[in-house]
Design a protein. Structure first.
Length: 78
């Protein structure tokens, strides 16, 4: 039997992001619209996605609002 390596996706859909954060999709979109969610989504082929690594880093930093998050990251992904 062959060992399969299942890699975690680098980009997460709204549903996956909400699940990872333990919130609902409506809450996720509300947080993103208001700036309470630090990481900005990425638009790719008409989809709205979030970077898994940035979400993990954001949570480990205490979930600062977007303005503070951008300052902390030196303006990356503005």
């Amino acid at each position: 039997m062959m060992n399969e390596v299942i890699e975690k996706p680098l980009l997460l859909s709204a549903g996956q992001t909400a699940s990872l954060l333990g919130i609902g999709r409506t809450t996720l979109y509300g947080m993103s619209s208001s700036g309470a969610l630090g990481p900005m989504p990425i638009r790719l082929s008409g989809r709205v996605l979030w970077r898994r690594d940035e979400l993990a880093e954001w949570v480990s930093c205490g979930c600062p609002n977007r303005e503070r998050w951008q300052i902390m990251r030196g303006g990356k992904n503005e």
